[in-house]
Design a protein around this ligand. Structure first.
Ligand code: HPA
Length: 281
């Protein structure tokens, strides 16, 4: 079986069709920044001005989102003086979306002229210095999903066959975020994110292994979108909210409701940081 039968490749025509559709809804509005909001972290869209909201189902080639707490819509408009495209609700691999579907909106961001992508997520803390509710700047990642969204035919117009991963999270954006955090009196950590497929949480043995790898937090998203963003030449800023601690020696049972609650209560801190960064761009 060829890979095309496993996953339908992203075509330039599909990206173009979604772009033209969105442009027809946007009129004069031209977004320059993309924002992908993680589980429980979608509230910042309430602060977007001159909003244009478009449900995923209406957009050509977008899958519809199913996971709880994710509404599944694009919200365009102004936030801290920038015209943005926010994804309220992201796609997860564990829902059954392919990595091509998950990352399709990133292709569309690029086609619309966006050059910076900010991505947030809820993550489990592997670093014992972290606490629930802390915010971590993603400085690097480990792809442990066992798949890569770039597998299959490569379109040179979308990006190179072998993109390097020397700086997936842009250093300049990281420095800027650290400056903003200092100004806001926010304790911002810096760490390595390991991405898994889920949906089950990890075993103690897996957490132990991930810690030896140098991972500081673990989650079920972000990596596919970041790989495609790098392929497309977007500058990326990644932020995790620690929603639960994954220390093997003191592991406690966790459920998704608790993860969402912790993400929601850390949300305002994260929103303030993101708005502070937007102000300085
Ligand atoms: N694993 C453990 N804890 C988490 C995760 C995960 O993938 N996401 C959020 N909290």
């Amino acid at each position: 079986m060829s890979i095309d039968q496993i996953e339908k490749p992203t075509t330039l025509e599909d990206v173009e069709e979604a772009k033209v559709f969105l442009q027809s809804k946007l009129g004069e509005m031209i977004p320059t920044l993309g924002l992908i909001l993680g589980t429980g972290l979608g509230k910042v869209t309430e602060q977007i001005e001159n909003k244009i909201t478009i449900p995923y189902e209406e957009i050509p080639h977008f899958s519809s989102s199913t996971v709880i707490s994710h509404t599944g819509q694009l919200v365009f408009g102004q936030l801290s003086g920038k015209t943005i495209m926010a994804m309220e609700g992201r796609y997860h691999f564990y829902e059954g979306h392919s990595l091509k579907q998950i990352t399709f909106p990133v292709r569309v961001m690029k086609a619309l002229g966006i050059d910076i992508m900010i991505v947030s997520n809820a993550a489990g803390g592997l670093n014992s210095q972290y606490q629930k509710g802390d915010i971590v700047l993603i400085e690097d990642h480990i792809n442990f999903m066992g798949l890569n969204p770039l597998i299959g035919p490569n379109h040179e117009k979308l990006g190179p066959r072998f993109p390097d991963m020397i700086e997936p999270y842009q250093k300049e954006l990281m420095r800027l975020s650290e400056d903003v955090a200092t100004e806001q009196g926010l304790n911002l950590h810096k760490g390595v994110y390991v991405g898994v497929t889920g949906p089950c949480l990890e075993t103690r043995a897996e957490y132990r292994m991930m810690r030896t790898w140098g991972a500081d937090m673990v989650g079920m998203s972000t990596i596919p979108e970041v790989i495609v963003a790098v392929h497309a030449g977007l500058k990326v800023l990644g932020l995790s909210v620690i929603t639960d601690m994954c220390i093997p020696e003191s592991l406690e049972p966790i459920n998704i409701e608790e993860i969402i609650k912790t993400a929601q209560s850390a949300g305002p801190k994260l929103d303030k940081l993101i708005k502070g960064v937007l102000n300085r761009l």
